[in-house]
Design a protein around this ligand. Structure first.
Ligand SMILES: Cc1ncc(C[n+]2csc(CCOP(=O)(O)OP(=O)(O)O)c2C)c(N)n1
Ligand code: SF4
Length: 275
């Protein structure tokens, strides 16, 4: 396999959880490649934020898109070429704030893409404003007295919206996270991984995360159990909460007919226009 590294200098803060996520992604892509997925058949998209810089550090094709639109660009890529495996990287502000509707509709449609959500509990790139996932009491640039809003619960939210693979990982457990990413990419339908990560500059919750994580032992039997485990206030459970089969969007839309296979050549398009 060719090298996944790029020539870009890495500008993440020392100790940022994004490093663990990048390592996990590289491991996952290497495993997928060893199992037969060509690198040319993988496309990535990102929103804007510290998480989005992962685009610069991975030698893969894709679109470094607009803030909050990672799943929209991923959906477009998948619909244009369903043969690609498309992975989108989003921030908690990006995918559940600015881009909330794009995230929820991609899940609702069971679009066959993967969303890796970098949950650092704040807007890192813009220096620590509170995000839809910030805890009550979070003190940042825009909430100097502490956030008074309850955060979204991403796993229950995405379960309810229609994601057919829902999991949670931790940036400090890259082998476990790599395994989740491989499962998510191989899953047919919308796959979602919430990745807990510290932002060492504005929300350094590494010690807290590390003390609260616990592994799920088995796949929860039903949606109710999955929501209960994902919402546990003492432990942050890691693992797969849901894995279901349901028709994915491009198959319901096209059947076996992939648009790229039936695309007209230039001469045919001109003839059609003339006619
Ligand atoms: C449409 C739009 N609105 C706002 C911004 C400014 N902006 C850039 S990154 C960002 C927040 C990033 O936070 P998050 O998505 O949580 O990612 P992180 O930096 O924490 O990885 C904002 C508000 C923008 N680039 N585009
Ligand atoms: S600001 Fe936070 S999320 Fe961004 S690179 Fe620094 S530690 Fe990481």
């Amino acid at each position: 396999m060719r090298d996944l590294n790029t020539h870009k200098d890495n500008t993440w803060c020392t100790g940022c959880g994004n490093f663990g996520i990048l390592n996990a992604v590289k491991k996952a892509i290497t495993n997928l490649n060893e199992d037969g997925t060509k690198l040319a058949d993988i496309a990535i998209t990102t929103g804007i934020g510290c998480h989005g810089k992962i685009f610069d550090y991975l030698a893969l094709n894709g679109i470094y898109g607009l803030h909050g639109r990672g799943t929209a660009t991923a959906s477009g890529i998948k619909l244009a070429n369903p043969m690609l495996k498309v992975i989108s990287f989003g921030g908690d502000g990006d995918s559940l704030g600015e881009g909330l509707e794009h995230t929820l509709f991609a899940a609702k449609r069971n679009m066959d893409i993967t969303l890796v959500l970098h949950n650092n509990g704040n807007y890192g790139l813009t220096t620590g404003q509170f995000s839809p996932l910030s805890r009550i009491g979070y003190k940042g640039l825009s909430t100097p007295s502490g956030s008074i809003e309850r955060p979204f619960r991403p796993v229950p939210l995405l379960l309810e919206t229609g994601a057919t693979f829902v999991a949670r990982g931790f940036s400090a457990k890259p082998d476990h996270l790599a395994n989740l990413i491989v499962q998510a990419v191989n899953h047919k339908g919308f796959s979602f991984i919430e990745v807990m990560q510290p932002c060492v500059s504005y929300n350094n919750n590494y010690a807290e995360l590390n003390s609260r994580i616990k592994m799920l032992e088995t796949l929860p039997l039903n949606n109710g159990m999955a929501v209960e485990l994902a919402s546990n206030e003492e432990h942050i459970y890691l693992g797969v909460f849901c894995k279901q089969e349901y028709p994915c969007y491009h198959e319901s839309l096209y059947g076996d007919n992939a648009p790229l296979k039936t695309r007209l050549g230039k001469e045919q398009r001109i003839a059609l226009l003339n006619r």
